[in-house]
Design a protein around this ligand. Sequence first.
Ligand code: ZN
Length: 314
Amino acid sequence: MANQLTEDTEKLLPQEAVGISEPLGEIAFSLDDAPMPSTAIFNGVEKTERIIQALQDANCPAVGIFAIGKYAHTPTGLKRLHMYAEAGHIIANHSYSHYKLNDITAQDFIEDIKKAHEILSPLPSFKLLFRFPYLAEGKDEVQRQEVIQYLQSMGYREGYITVNNHDYYMSKLLVDAVKAGKIIDHEKLKNLYVSILWDCIISVDKLSHKVLNRKVKHVLLLHENDLAALFIGDLIEHIRKQGWKIISIEEAYEDPLALMPVTNTYSLVGRLGAIAIQKGLDKKLAVFPETAEYSYIPRALKQQQIFKSPVFNP
Ligand SMILES: [Zn+2]
């Protein structure tokens, strides 16, 4: 990890010195499952306010807010989505109930998309972008096509991702630790969050060169959770320090990747990963780096003593 960062930073410096402005990579941010419920750390409104403020402080281009209809149906839910819209961010459809398509019929799933569309489409910055909950695109190609044809008939484009990770799991572990009265080392937690996400970004980026032989405009999947509310500004700063550019979600979806046919269903590896597997790359190579695996997160939290029990005097 440390070596990787040093390497990338060194690559950047000579470029800066000669004033070459081409970034080493480009990435847009997306926040799923908004407006997420309150937790023991932040209430919902606080969380949204913090994220918007951090994005504004970093002068971050429009992020994609992939909203869940049922969360918008809460007393402050719709207001929070309006806050994102007013701050210039894009609101998109992530279904009403957050069902996994693989578990229900295509028709029930379509009804659920419509229900979310009714609530979300009047928002001022709403765009016809849809992201499958759990990135699950159906149990087979027939089911997937039924939903995709409906989406196309409505004018929706797919709000795909290229960089997946387990930020939701790490955020859950943080909330559990706070509830258990642990003392949180925020500096170490920030470094772990940022380094895991950076690892995920560069590992997928390598895949783009390997499979497509070019740079792609990436889309990072994050959730509207407490970790984002704490550290999204630090993440942006880190990515920029590596010589990368943060782009708007709409610019990211202008990449030709958006038009490449994908047939995989239930691809957690994102669009590039799905294309890589379609092109015959071993599935294991298309998935996450070791640091992004579920088991790595609790292990690193423990090893680095990020959540500590309060010290009691003997
Ligand atoms: Zn989701």
